[in-house]
Ligand binder design. Structure first.
Ligand code: PLP
Ligand code: CA
Length: 305
Protein backbone atom coordinates (compact mmCIF):
# COMPACT_ATOMS: atom_id res chain seq x y z
CA UNK A 1 0.00 0.00 0.00
CA UNK A 2 0.98 3.66 -0.37
CA UNK A 3 3.55 5.33 1.86
CA UNK A 4 1.88 6.95 4.91
CA UNK A 5 1.64 10.73 4.75
CA UNK A 6 3.61 12.57 7.42
CA UNK A 7 1.68 15.27 9.28
CA UNK A 8 4.55 17.47 10.39
CA UNK A 9 4.55 19.78 13.38
CA UNK A 10 4.82 22.87 11.16
CA UNK A 11 1.22 22.59 10.01
CA UNK A 12 1.72 21.28 6.50
CA UNK A 13 -1.20 19.21 5.26
CA UNK A 14 -2.98 19.26 8.60
CA UNK A 15 -6.00 21.31 7.56
CA UNK A 16 -6.53 19.02 4.54
CA UNK A 17 -6.24 16.00 6.83
CA UNK A 18 -8.82 17.31 9.31
CA UNK A 19 -11.21 18.33 6.53
CA UNK A 20 -11.32 14.75 5.25
CA UNK A 21 -13.11 13.46 8.35
CA UNK A 22 -16.23 14.02 10.49
CA UNK A 23 -15.39 11.48 13.20
CA UNK A 24 -12.13 10.63 14.92
CA UNK A 25 -11.85 7.38 16.88
CA UNK A 26 -9.11 7.61 19.49
CA UNK A 27 -7.19 4.88 21.19
CA UNK A 28 -6.29 6.21 24.65
CA UNK A 29 -3.08 4.92 26.27
CA UNK A 30 -0.13 5.85 24.07
CA UNK A 31 -2.16 8.47 22.17
CA UNK A 32 -3.75 10.75 24.80
CA UNK A 33 -1.69 9.73 27.78
CA UNK A 34 0.84 7.32 29.17
CA UNK A 35 -0.24 5.73 32.46
CA UNK A 36 -1.48 8.64 34.58
CA UNK A 37 0.31 11.35 32.61
CA UNK A 38 -1.66 13.21 29.93
CA UNK A 39 0.48 14.29 26.98
CA UNK A 40 1.03 18.03 26.62
CA UNK A 41 -1.53 19.78 24.40
CA UNK A 42 -3.87 16.79 24.03
CA UNK A 43 -6.98 18.27 25.75
CA UNK A 44 -6.57 21.43 23.64
CA UNK A 45 -6.22 19.38 20.44
CA UNK A 46 -9.45 17.49 21.18
CA UNK A 47 -11.21 20.78 21.95
CA UNK A 48 -9.98 22.22 18.68
CA UNK A 49 -11.33 19.24 16.70
CA UNK A 50 -14.68 19.56 18.46
CA UNK A 51 -14.79 23.31 17.77
CA UNK A 52 -14.54 22.38 14.09
CA UNK A 53 -17.62 20.19 14.48
CA UNK A 54 -15.74 16.88 14.61
CA UNK A 55 -17.04 14.02 16.70
CA UNK A 56 -14.43 12.50 19.03
CA UNK A 57 -14.93 8.95 20.29
CA UNK A 58 -12.61 7.12 22.68
CA UNK A 59 -12.23 3.44 21.79
CA UNK A 60 -10.43 1.29 24.31
CA UNK A 61 -9.74 -2.41 24.72
CA UNK A 62 -9.65 -2.03 28.50
CA UNK A 63 -12.35 -4.44 29.69
CA UNK A 64 -11.96 -3.67 33.40
CA UNK A 65 -13.49 -0.20 33.17
CA UNK A 66 -17.00 0.90 32.21
CA UNK A 67 -17.74 3.91 30.02
CA UNK A 68 -18.60 5.79 33.21
CA UNK A 69 -15.17 4.91 34.65
CA UNK A 70 -13.53 6.24 31.47
CA UNK A 71 -15.47 9.51 31.68
CA UNK A 72 -13.91 10.00 35.13
CA UNK A 73 -10.46 8.99 33.92
CA UNK A 74 -10.71 11.38 30.96
CA UNK A 75 -11.94 14.19 33.24
CA UNK A 76 -8.90 13.66 35.48
CA UNK A 77 -6.77 14.15 32.38
CA UNK A 78 -8.58 17.42 31.58
CA UNK A 79 -10.76 15.92 28.81
CA UNK A 80 -14.50 16.45 29.24
CA UNK A 81 -16.87 13.90 27.70
CA UNK A 82 -19.98 11.80 28.35
CA UNK A 83 -20.40 8.00 28.42
CA UNK A 84 -21.73 8.25 24.86
CA UNK A 85 -18.30 9.42 23.70
CA UNK A 86 -16.66 6.24 25.03
CA UNK A 87 -16.58 2.76 23.52
CA UNK A 88 -14.88 0.03 25.58
CA UNK A 89 -14.47 -3.68 24.93
CA UNK A 90 -16.84 -4.72 27.73
CA UNK A 91 -19.46 -2.36 26.34
CA UNK A 92 -18.82 -3.71 22.85
CA UNK A 93 -19.34 -7.27 24.13
CA UNK A 94 -22.51 -6.25 25.98
CA UNK A 95 -24.01 -4.64 22.86
CA UNK A 96 -23.07 -7.66 20.81
CA UNK A 97 -24.83 -9.97 23.27
CA UNK A 98 -27.95 -7.84 23.73
CA UNK A 99 -28.50 -6.43 20.25
CA UNK A 100 -26.89 -8.90 17.86
CA UNK A 101 -27.05 -12.32 19.52
CA UNK A 102 -30.53 -11.74 20.97
CA UNK A 103 -30.42 -14.99 22.96
CA UNK A 104 -33.73 -16.67 23.80
CA UNK A 105 -35.22 -16.26 27.28
CA UNK A 106 -33.98 -19.10 29.47
CA UNK A 107 -30.62 -19.26 27.66
CA UNK A 108 -29.55 -15.63 27.85
CA UNK A 109 -27.31 -15.51 30.90
CA UNK A 110 -23.62 -14.72 30.71
CA UNK A 111 -20.99 -16.44 32.79
CA UNK A 112 -18.66 -13.49 33.29
CA UNK A 113 -14.93 -13.67 33.89
CA UNK A 114 -13.99 -10.06 34.56
CA UNK A 115 -14.08 -7.06 36.83
CA UNK A 116 -16.77 -4.61 37.97
CA UNK A 117 -16.51 -2.53 34.77
CA UNK A 118 -17.65 -5.57 32.77
CA UNK A 119 -20.57 -6.13 35.14
CA UNK A 120 -21.63 -2.49 34.82
CA UNK A 121 -21.68 -2.69 31.04
CA UNK A 122 -23.61 -5.98 30.98
CA UNK A 123 -26.13 -4.43 33.38
CA UNK A 124 -26.37 -1.27 31.24
CA UNK A 125 -27.56 -3.40 28.33
CA UNK A 126 -29.89 -5.46 30.54
CA UNK A 127 -27.85 -8.65 30.08
CA UNK A 128 -28.24 -11.08 33.02
CA UNK A 129 -24.98 -12.53 34.29
CA UNK A 130 -23.37 -14.65 36.99
CA UNK A 131 -19.73 -14.91 38.04
CA UNK A 132 -17.88 -11.62 37.69
CA UNK A 133 -16.92 -10.19 41.05
CA UNK A 134 -19.13 -12.62 43.01
CA UNK A 135 -17.10 -13.35 46.19
CA UNK A 136 -18.40 -16.95 46.10
CA UNK A 137 -16.16 -17.52 43.06
CA UNK A 138 -13.04 -16.28 44.81
CA UNK A 139 -12.04 -19.42 46.66
CA UNK A 140 -10.26 -22.72 46.28
CA UNK A 141 -11.92 -25.64 44.50
CA UNK A 142 -13.40 -28.42 46.67
CA UNK A 143 -14.20 -32.08 45.83
CA UNK A 144 -17.89 -31.02 45.85
CA UNK A 145 -17.17 -28.55 43.03
CA UNK A 146 -15.64 -31.25 40.85
CA UNK A 147 -18.59 -33.58 41.52
CA UNK A 148 -21.23 -30.87 41.02
CA UNK A 149 -19.69 -29.60 37.79
CA UNK A 150 -19.25 -33.13 36.44
CA UNK A 151 -22.93 -34.02 37.02
CA UNK A 152 -24.12 -30.54 36.02
CA UNK A 153 -25.89 -29.81 39.31
CA UNK A 154 -23.68 -26.75 39.94
CA UNK A 155 -24.29 -25.29 36.50
CA UNK A 156 -26.92 -22.62 35.80
CA UNK A 157 -28.99 -24.00 32.88
CA UNK A 158 -29.72 -20.45 31.66
CA UNK A 159 -26.08 -19.67 30.78
CA UNK A 160 -25.70 -19.30 27.00
CA UNK A 161 -22.47 -17.28 26.83
CA UNK A 162 -19.05 -17.36 28.46
CA UNK A 163 -17.52 -13.87 28.31
CA UNK A 164 -13.88 -13.57 29.31
CA UNK A 165 -12.04 -10.31 29.96
CA UNK A 166 -9.23 -9.28 32.23
CA UNK A 167 -9.93 -10.63 35.72
CA UNK A 168 -7.46 -9.74 38.46
CA UNK A 169 -8.94 -12.57 40.54
CA UNK A 170 -8.78 -15.32 37.92
CA UNK A 171 -8.58 -18.76 39.53
CA UNK A 172 -9.12 -22.46 38.89
CA UNK A 173 -12.74 -22.39 40.10
CA UNK A 174 -13.76 -19.74 37.54
CA UNK A 175 -11.89 -21.48 34.75
CA UNK A 176 -13.51 -24.87 35.33
CA UNK A 177 -16.94 -23.24 35.46
CA UNK A 178 -16.18 -21.50 32.16
CA UNK A 179 -14.98 -24.75 30.62
CA UNK A 180 -18.09 -26.67 31.69
CA UNK A 181 -20.42 -24.02 30.25
CA UNK A 182 -18.48 -24.10 27.00
CA UNK A 183 -18.71 -27.90 26.95
CA UNK A 184 -22.47 -27.55 27.34
CA UNK A 185 -22.52 -25.41 24.20
CA UNK A 186 -22.26 -21.85 25.49
CA UNK A 187 -20.95 -19.27 23.01
CA UNK A 188 -17.34 -18.30 23.62
CA UNK A 189 -16.64 -14.54 23.70
CA UNK A 190 -13.61 -12.51 24.78
CA UNK A 191 -13.64 -8.76 25.36
CA UNK A 192 -10.24 -8.41 23.67
CA UNK A 193 -7.12 -10.44 22.96
CA UNK A 194 -4.35 -8.09 24.15
CA UNK A 195 -1.60 -10.39 25.38
CA UNK A 196 -0.17 -7.79 27.76
CA UNK A 197 -1.04 -4.37 29.20
CA UNK A 198 0.63 -1.45 27.43
CA UNK A 199 1.40 0.58 30.51
CA UNK A 200 4.14 -0.60 32.85
CA UNK A 201 6.22 -1.73 29.86
CA UNK A 202 3.93 -4.61 28.85
CA UNK A 203 4.89 -6.50 31.99
CA UNK A 204 1.38 -7.58 32.96
CA UNK A 205 -1.06 -10.10 31.49
CA UNK A 206 -3.93 -8.74 29.39
CA UNK A 207 -7.33 -10.32 28.71
CA UNK A 208 -5.88 -12.27 25.78
CA UNK A 209 -3.64 -14.15 28.18
CA UNK A 210 -6.38 -14.77 30.74
CA UNK A 211 -8.56 -16.53 28.14
CA UNK A 212 -5.81 -18.91 26.94
CA UNK A 213 -6.50 -21.71 29.46
CA UNK A 214 -10.10 -21.90 28.22
CA UNK A 215 -9.09 -21.73 24.56
CA UNK A 216 -6.60 -24.50 25.19
CA UNK A 217 -8.96 -26.73 27.16
CA UNK A 218 -11.96 -26.40 24.82
CA UNK A 219 -9.94 -26.43 21.59
CA UNK A 220 -11.66 -23.48 19.93
CA UNK A 221 -11.07 -19.74 19.78
CA UNK A 222 -13.33 -17.08 21.30
CA UNK A 223 -14.92 -14.35 19.23
CA UNK A 224 -13.19 -11.17 20.37
CA UNK A 225 -15.14 -7.92 20.68
CA UNK A 226 -12.22 -5.47 21.05
CA UNK A 227 -9.85 -3.90 18.52
CA UNK A 228 -8.96 -5.13 15.89
CA UNK A 229 -12.11 -7.28 15.74
CA UNK A 230 -14.55 -6.08 13.10
CA UNK A 231 -17.37 -7.13 15.42
CA UNK A 232 -16.35 -4.06 17.44
CA UNK A 233 -16.26 -1.88 14.33
CA UNK A 234 -19.77 -3.03 13.42
CA UNK A 235 -20.94 -2.16 16.93
CA UNK A 236 -19.28 1.29 16.73
CA UNK A 237 -20.80 1.88 13.31
CA UNK A 238 -24.25 0.89 14.54
CA UNK A 239 -24.10 3.10 17.59
CA UNK A 240 -22.73 6.26 15.95
CA UNK A 241 -24.22 5.86 12.46
CA UNK A 242 -20.65 6.14 11.15
CA UNK A 243 -19.83 7.12 7.62
CA UNK A 244 -16.72 4.95 7.43
CA UNK A 245 -15.24 6.93 4.55
CA UNK A 246 -15.35 10.09 6.72
CA UNK A 247 -13.91 8.40 9.84
CA UNK A 248 -10.29 8.24 11.01
CA UNK A 249 -8.86 5.85 13.58
CA UNK A 250 -6.00 7.29 15.65
CA UNK A 251 -3.73 4.88 17.50
CA UNK A 252 -0.24 3.91 18.60
CA UNK A 253 -0.43 0.15 17.95
CA UNK A 254 -0.36 -1.44 14.52
CA UNK A 255 -1.80 -4.82 15.51
CA UNK A 256 -4.85 -3.39 17.27
CA UNK A 257 -5.63 0.24 16.35
CA UNK A 258 -4.28 0.59 12.82
CA UNK A 259 -5.36 -2.91 11.79
CA UNK A 260 -8.82 -2.11 13.20
CA UNK A 261 -9.11 0.97 10.99
CA UNK A 262 -7.58 -0.58 7.87
CA UNK A 263 -9.73 -3.72 7.99
CA UNK A 264 -12.76 -1.58 8.79
CA UNK A 265 -12.11 0.30 5.52
CA UNK A 266 -12.16 3.65 7.28
CA UNK A 267 -11.30 6.76 5.28
CA UNK A 268 -8.02 7.01 7.18
CA UNK A 269 -5.77 5.78 9.96
CA UNK A 270 -3.34 8.00 11.88
CA UNK A 271 -0.39 6.42 13.65
CA UNK A 272 1.03 8.61 16.42
CA UNK A 273 4.55 7.84 17.54
CA UNK A 274 3.98 8.42 21.29
CA UNK A 275 3.19 4.81 22.20
CA UNK A 276 4.08 1.19 21.49
CA UNK A 277 5.04 1.11 17.79
CA UNK A 278 7.53 3.16 15.83
CA UNK A 279 7.62 3.91 12.11
CA UNK A 280 10.18 1.15 11.58
CA UNK A 281 7.35 -1.25 12.43
CA UNK A 282 5.29 -0.36 9.34
CA UNK A 283 8.37 0.17 7.18
CA UNK A 284 9.09 -3.56 7.49
CA UNK A 285 8.10 -5.72 4.53
CA UNK A 286 5.84 -7.94 6.64
CA UNK A 287 4.21 -5.08 8.58
CA UNK A 288 0.96 -6.16 10.23
CA UNK A 289 -0.80 -2.95 9.13
CA UNK A 290 0.28 0.29 7.46
CA UNK A 291 -1.40 3.59 8.43
CA UNK A 292 -2.42 6.21 5.88
CA UNK A 293 -1.03 9.07 8.02
CA UNK A 294 1.49 9.41 10.80
CA UNK A 295 2.51 12.17 13.21
CA UNK A 296 5.08 12.51 15.95
CA UNK A 297 2.34 13.33 18.45
CA UNK A 298 -1.39 14.08 18.53
CA UNK A 299 -0.92 17.71 19.54
CA UNK A 300 0.80 18.39 16.19
CA UNK A 301 -2.75 18.57 14.77
CA UNK A 302 -3.14 21.93 16.52
CA UNK A 303 -1.10 23.62 13.79
CA UNK A 304 -3.91 23.72 11.29
CA UNK A 305 -4.55 27.41 10.73
N1 PLP B 1 -6.75 -3.74 28.91
C1 PLP B 1 -6.48 -3.11 30.07
C2 PLP B 1 -6.86 -3.75 31.36
C3 PLP B 1 -5.85 -1.86 30.06
O1 PLP B 1 -5.61 -1.22 31.22
C4 PLP B 1 -5.51 -1.27 28.82
C5 PLP B 1 -4.88 0.06 28.76
O2 PLP B 1 -4.86 0.83 29.69
C6 PLP B 1 -5.80 -1.97 27.64
C7 PLP B 1 -6.43 -3.18 27.73
C8 PLP B 1 -5.49 -1.41 26.28
O3 PLP B 1 -6.33 -0.33 26.09
P1 PLP B 1 -6.26 0.62 24.82
O4 PLP B 1 -7.04 -0.05 23.74
O5 PLP B 1 -6.96 1.88 25.32
O6 PLP B 1 -4.83 0.86 24.48
CA1 CA C 1 -2.88 2.26 22.94
Amino acid sequence: SAEPKYLTGNGQGIKEFIDKFDTFLFDCDGVLWSGDHVYEGVPETLELLRSKGKRTVFVTNNSTKSRQDYVKKLANMGIECTPDDVFGSSYSASIYISRILKLPEGKNKVFAIGEAGMEQELASEGVPFIGGTDPAMRRDVTPEDFAGLADGSLLDPEVGVVLCGLDFHINYLKLIHGLHYLRKGALFLATNLDSTLPMHKDLFLGAGSIVIPLTNAIGREPLALGKPSQAMMDAVEGKFQLDRARTCMVGDRLNTDIKFGVEGKLGGTLHVLTGVNSKEDWQKKDAIAVPSFYADKLSDLRDCA
